[in-house]
Design a protein around this ligand. Structure first.
Ligand SMILES: [Zn+2]
Length: 376
C-alpha cells in the first residue's frame, strides 16, 4: 500500500511538472524561474517601477518528502513611483504629527527632524534606482490534492540575514513586501513624536557626545558596502568583493567587512578599533567586539526600530531567544518601504531585510546626510 502511495505521488509529481511545462512550452525549470521572478517583483509594483529584472536557477533538489525544491536567484532594480518626498506616506505622517504641535520649540524640533528625512529621501531615493537581490526557495509538493491548482500549493520563501546559524534563515516572501501606506504613516507620526520628546535631551547631550561620529559619512559607508559585496552567497575569498587593502577572512568576514565600511565612511581608527583587533574583527559575542566598541564609545546606539535604521546603520542578527547570533551587515537602503543590507559571510548585496524575524540595528548618533544629531 505504501509503495502504491509512493507511485501515485510520483505520478502526481510528474503531472505537476508536465502541467508546468505545458503552460508555456518551456522547460519546467524555466517556468519556475519565471514564476518566481514574477512573484517577487509583484510584491513591489504598487510602490516601485521595476526594471532590469532577471532570474536564474541556482539549484534543484528533491527533499526527504519527495518535494521538488528550486533555488532561484532574482535580481532587479526598483525606482519609487513617488515623484517627491512629500508623497511618501511616512513623510505625510510626519507632517501631520508636526501640524498637531503648538509649542514653538517643539515645532522647530519636528521641522528639523522632518527636513533631514526629506533630504535623505530626495537625494538618495526619489528617482534613484535601487538594486535588489532576492533568493527564493520554491517548493512544489510531490503530491497535490486532486482539487488543488499549482498556485494553491506552490510555496515561495526567501532567505534572510543568513550566516549559517541554522535558525530563521528562510521566511515567507511576504516578509519583504513594502510597508503599507497606513503602516508608514503611523510610523512617520511616531518618529516625529519621539524626536520632539527627546529634543531637549538631545540638545543637552550634544556637548557630551563623541564628536568622532561627525566624521562618519553614512552614504560613503553605504557605497563601500555596495561596491565590495555581491549576492552570490560566497563565504570564501573572492576577488570581486575583496578590497586588497584589507585581509579577507574565509567563513568569518562579516565584522571585518562592516569595520571596513565604517572606516571608509570616515570613522578614524584608534588604539582599540583597528585591523584586525577584536573590536574590529568580531561582532561582540566575546564581549569585546564591534557592537561594544561603537556603543561604549557613544558612536552608535542600539534600536529594534527598523524605521530608524537609515543607510549606513548596522544590522545585527539575533536568535529567536533575543541573543546575538554573531552576524552583522550594513544597511544600504531604507526608504520607509523597503530596507536592504550588504554583508560578507555569506556575501549579500542590496538584499531586502524581512520585516519578520529577529534582528536589531545600530544607528550612528549623527546623520551626516541630514546634518543632525539622532536620538535613540
Ligand atoms: Zn561577494
Amino acid at each position: 500500500m505504501k509503495r502504491m502511495n509512493k507511485i501515485i505521488a510520483m505520478l502526481l509529481a510528474a503531472a505537476t511538472i508536465l502541467s508546468l511545462s505545458a503552460m508555456a512550452s518551456f522547460s519546467p525549470e524555466e517556468v519556475v524561474v519565471d514564476r518566481a521572478l514574477e512573484e517577487v517583483t509583484g510584491l513591489y509594483t504598487n510602490v516601485y517601477a521595476i526594471t532590469d529584472a532577471s532570474a536564474y536557477l541556482l539549484d534543484q533538489t528533491t527533499d526527504e518528502y519527495g518535494n521538488t525544491v528550486y533555488m532561484v536567484e532574482t535580481s532587479f532594480k526598483r525606482t519609487l513611483k513617488a515623484a517627491s518626498a512629500l508623497e511618501i506616506p511616512a513623510i505625510i505622517g510626519m507632517v501631520e504629527a508636526k501640524n498637531q504641535l503648538e509649542d514653538p520649540a517643539e515645532i522647530q524640533a519636528a521641522e528639523e527632524y522632518i527636513a533631514a528625512r526629506i533630504a535623505d529621501m530626495e537625494e538618495n531615493y526619489i528617482g534613484v534606482e535601487q538594486d535588489t537581490n532576492v533568493t527564493l526557495r520554491v517548493t512544489i509538493p510531490a503530491a497535490m490534492p486532486a482539487s488543488a491548482s499549482l498556485g494553491d500549493v506552490i510555496t515561495y520563501e526567501t532567505i534572510g540575514v543568513d550566516c549559517g546559524i541554522g535558525e530563521e534563515e528562510y521566511g515567507p516572501l511576504e516578509g519583504i513586501a513594502p510597508r503599507s501606506a497606513a503602516d508608514q504613516q503611523e510610523t512617520g507620526s511616531a518618529l516625529v513624536t519621539e524626536a520632539v520628546n527627546s529634543a531637549s535631551m538631545m540638545a543637552a547631550r550634544e556637548t557630551t557626545r563623541n564628536s568622532a561620529i561627525l566624521d562618519y559619512n553614512r552614504i560613503a559607508a553605504r557605497n563601500y558596502a555596495r561596491w565590495f559585496s555581491c549576492d552570490e552567497g560566497i563565504s570564501t575569498d573572492h576577488p570581486s568583493c575583496h578590497n586588497g587593502r584589507y585581509e579577507f577572512f574565509d567563513g568569518n568576514d562579516c565584522a571585518n567587512f562592516v569595520s571596513q565600511c565604517l572606516e571608509n565612511g570616515g570613522l578614524i581608527r584608534d588604539s582599540q578599533w583597528y585591523p584586525y583587533s577584536s573590536y574590529w574583527n568580531t561582532t561582540g559575542n566575546n564581549g569585546a567586539g564591534l557592537r561594544q566598541y561603537i556603543t561604549k564609545n557613544d558612536l552608535f546606539f542600539r534600536t529594534t526600530n527598523v524605521n530608524k535604521a537609515f543607510a549606513g546603520s548596522i544590522i545585527n542578527q539575533l536568535k529567536s531567544n533575543g541573543s546575538n547570533a554573531g552576524h552583522v551587515g550594513l544597511i544600504d537602503q531604507n526608504d520607509f518601504s523597503t530596507v536592504t543590507f550588504c554583508a560578507h559571510t555569506n556575501c549579500r548585496s542590496s538584499r531586502p531585510v524581512s520585516f519578520i524575524g529577529y534582528k536589531d540595528y545600530y544607528v550612528p548618533y549623527y546623520d551626516s546626510y541630514g546634518g543632525v544629531w539622532v536620538n535613540p
